[in-house]
Design a protein around this ligand. Structure first.
Ligand code: CTP
Length: 391
């Protein structure tokens, strides 16, 4: 969503200004046309030369820049922008925004804007907690300014608490969310993702090779499209996307409980998790010792979460996944019909498991819709677009 967008990146005076360098690098890589505007104080922390080298454009600092043809950079820059992001936004700059000050280029630009304004606050925790700053944040939110962060952690001054600027990668993701059309606004989406762990004893388990990447990509894309997302995560090493409700449920039985207790009111259920079909009848409380030449494990079946959800009265729109090693479309379509699903996503296990990319075929009552191989986050968007068209 960021490709070819024009962004004014404002940098104010704070130690987090160094993170703006990485942010510019990521923005440029994502195809964003970045115009950096710095305050005088920001230049104490990072040089305009660095920002110029990374953005590929001269940096504006002064109100009185003669290189702007009409001599009005505050109008010209803000009109050309799809959004203004101020990162880091100091406590002083937030106060200026609230008051509508226009005593330097960046504050004037914000006041004269006709595009969305996003700010990423960064300051010492006492400054953040100060009632004056909290009042300002409340007012800015009421004025329609999008506040990104801050986060908690170790601060440059050595204190620990809320006030750190969000990392550049997260700011990029949030900016992407900002520009994504909200096609799933007011929709509730429940997604399962990852492998399950069926414990044999306290240190051993039966699991599978699912990484959770596809389910997490769908959760991120659905949240970007404005959905209220609940993610039920099995075993995965991934960090849950911001702005989704993440519930950890690593066994098939706990995943069943987690889904069933959150399924009411959901509009869409996307069952991406590779749920084990069986779990051990006995879960040993102590480690099993190798004192026998062979060991037999008795397994009993897990409930089929997707099939149970699909058979609920007032079931949400249910989407299944089928990972097969042979007869892909035939087996997947059979699963779609058995579980009474409007849509199933067929993929070859060798294409999908653990990889960052995938190639899938969507099967619905109208037939097969192949999607060529691409990154899982792109596949996720195309899948959601297909779901929206069926809804
Ligand atoms: N699924 C589920 N609960 C289970 C098992 C699977 O919700 N206990 C869901 C998966 O999330 C996926 C779909 O069902 O969306 C997979 O269908 P299934 O027929 O169970 O696939 P496999 O387990 O791979 O079946 P088989 O081993 O027979 O191929």
């Amino acid at each position: 969503m960021l490709k070819s967008k024009s962004l004014v990146l404002g940098i104010t005076g704070g130690i987090a200004a160094y993170k703006a360098a990485e942010l510019v690098r990521l923005l440029v890589k994502a195809g964003v046309n970045v115009q950096v505007v710095m305050t005088r104080a920001a230049c104490q922390f990072i040089t305009p030369v660095t920002m110029q080298a990374l953005s590929g454009k001269p940096v504006f600092i002064d109100m009185w820049d003669s290189s702007i043809s009409n001599g009005m950079p505050h109008i010209e820059l803000s009109r050309a922008a799809d959004a203004i992001l101020v990162a880091p936004a100091s406590a002083d700059f937030l106060a200026k925004l609230v008051q509508g000050h226009a005593d330097d280029l960046l504050s004037t630009l914000c006041l004269a804007r006709d595009c969305p304004l996003l700010v990423a606050p960064a300051m010492n925790k006492q400054m953040w907690e100060n009632p004056a700053t909290q009042r300002n944040i409340k007012q800015l939110t009421a004025d329609g300014v999008n506040i990104l962060g801050p986060e908690s952690g170790e601060q440059a001054c050595g204190e620990v608490g809320l006030g750190r600027m969000l990392e550049a990668e997260l700011l990029l993701a949030l900016l992407n969310t900002h520009f994504t059309p909200k096609l799933l606004a007011s929709k509730r989406v429940l997604i399962t993702a990852g492998a399950t762990l069926e414990m044999i004893d306290p240190v051993r388990a039966i699991t599978n090779l699912s990484s959770g990447k596809m389910g997490y990509a769908i959760a991120q894309a659905a949240a970007d499209m404005g959905a209220e997302v609940t993610l039920v995560s099995g075993a995965t090493a991934l960090e849950a996307p911001p702005n989704v409700k993440n519930i950890s449920a690593t066994s098939g039985q706990s995943m069943y409980q987690a889904v069933m207790s959150n399924i009411l009111q959901q509009d869409i259920f996307i069952s991406v998790a590779a749920v084990a079909d069986y779990h051990p009848v006995t879960q040993h409380s102590e480690k099993i010792k190798k004192n026998k030449s062979s060991l037999t494990l008795e397994l009993t079946s897990n409930k089929d979460i997707l099939a149970e959800v699909a058979s609920l009265p007032n079931a949400p729109f249910c989407v299944g996944f089928a990972a097969e090693t042979e007869n892909l479309l035939e087996y997947a379509e059979a699963k779609r019909q058995q579980k009474n699903l409007p849509l199933i996503v067929a993929n070859l296990a060798s294409d999908a498991l653990g990889s960052d990319a995938n190639s899938v075929t969507l099967l619905d009552k109208n037939g097969a819709h192949p999607i060529k191989r691409g990154p899982k986050n792109e596949i996720a968007k195309l899948l959601l677009a297909h779901i929206i068209s069926l809804l």
